[in-house]
Design a protein around this ligand. Structure first.
Ligand code: SF4
Ligand code: FES
Length: 368
């Protein structure tokens, strides 16, 4: 691992989220990407990604999620995978499955991708397509078969909300039928575009209790790993978001901005850019990465709370989105003076589908 010196002692990041593009064929209403997406014309080049991956490896990164948007929309995806592999960084492809043909799977496997995480929106074609806003379920099914045929490990990722929580048993059965090794059942986190659809997506307490009971039952009867990502607003306990700010992971946006968290686009931070600065400097010294590191920035009630080293005061992005001040205690915490902002929220209404990323060059980027 490269030695970096900095204004304060920061451990090395071990994980990187590489958002290769914000363009996506789907229109999911829960999308946590920012409301203002990076234009395709602003995206990093292959050579820039190659350099960033080398810098990431030198900094200590060993695992990289290749995500977006839809990373398959990058024609140079196999070159980026190969660059990561040469740098010694393990890559996982995070995809909608749209465009993941057998040929593409084989090309990526040959380049060194180690696993695939496939999203699905519900258990049936009709419901999955309705939530995605685009007919895509059949292509996901074919993509899953192609990944299994290639021998790569396959995981399923399902974002949960009011419209699909009651189908959780069928969703798990779908994953088992597709031959996955792991199913991530992630209750919606309300960031970016998803925050504007919060009322339409918010589940009931009863739905959550029923779904969690189903997950417990399946854990008894299947070897497949079932990850239940708890919802934010219901038990008064904040999540230890990102494992702490600037503590273990680094996000690189399609246009080179570097963030301590994938939802931090809207925070009032001067985001450094990998086009201008080396990742080592960004990680160690940039004001953005140091803004909420450790516990020194905390105010009460976090500053004297015995849980402050366990949950780091919760989520900075949520504190900012809900209170306009990222240094306040996460309103998800029952001890927060702002907890009323997440209690008694009124659910209901229709969602608005995600709008597409601007191309910046007048071309349509919807179809892969
Ligand atoms: Fe965590 Fe702060 Fe709440 Fe304590 S007061 S539990 S440190 S968010
Ligand atoms: Fe950004 Fe929690 S989502 S710190």
């Amino acid at each position: 691992m490269a030695q970096v010196t900095g204004a304060r002692a920061a451990g090395a990041p071990w994980a990187m989220l590489a958002e290769l593009t914000h363009a996506c064929p789907l229109r999911c209403p829960y999308c946590s990407n920012p409301t203002e997406l990076a234009a395709r014309s602003s995206e990093l080049t292959t050579a820039e990604w190659r350099r960033i991956l080398q810098e990431a490896a030198a900094l200590g990164v060993v695992h990289c999620h290749l995500s977006g948007g839809e990373p398959l929309l990058r024609r140079d995806l196999a070159e980026i995978v190969a660059a990561a592999d040469r740098a010694g960084v393990y890559t996982q492809l995070v995809t909608s499955g749209v465009g993941l043909t057998e040929r593409r799977v084989d090309e990526l496997a040959a380049a060194g991708v180690r696993s695939v995480q496939l999203s699905v929106q519900s258990a049936t074609a009709g419901e999955s397509d309705r939530i995605a806003g685009v007919a895509s379920f059949e292509r996901k099914e074919r993509a899953a078969a192609a990944v299994i045929a290639s021998g790569l490990p396959l995981g399923l990722n399902v974002v949960l909300h009011r419209a699909n929580l009651d189908a959780i048993a069928e969703i798990i059965e779908l994953g088992l039928a597709w031959g996955v090794e792991r199913i991530e059942l992630a209750n919606t986190q309300f960031y970016g575009w998803g925050l504007r659809n919060r009322s339409a997506l918010l589940p009931t307490r009863e739905q959550l209790a029923r779904a969690e009971a189903v997950v417990r039952e399946y854990r008894e009867k299947t070897e497949v790993e079932l990850i239940w990502v708890v919802p934010d607003y219901f038990d008064g306990v904040p999540k230890p978001c990102m494992g702490g700010w600037g503590a273990i992971s680094i996000t690189v946006a399609p246009d080179g901005r570097v963030l301590p968290c994938p939802a931090a686009y809207d925070l009032p931070l001067e985001l450094p850019n990998a086009r201008d600065r080396r990742l080592g400097w960004i990680w160690e010294r940039s004001p953005a990465f140091n803004a909420y590191r450790g516990t020194g920035w905390m105010r009460e009630p976090c500053a004297s709370c015995p849980r402050r080293e366990l949950d780091f005061g919760g989520c900075r992005c949520q504190a900012y989105a809900l209170t306009g001040d990222a240094s306040r205690t996460d309103p998800a915490c029952a001890l927060s003076p702002d907890h009323g902002l997440v209690e008694g929220l009124v659910a209901g209404g229709a969602w608005t589908y995600r709008r597409a990323a601007p191309s910046g060059d007048g071309r349509d980027r919807r179809a892969p």
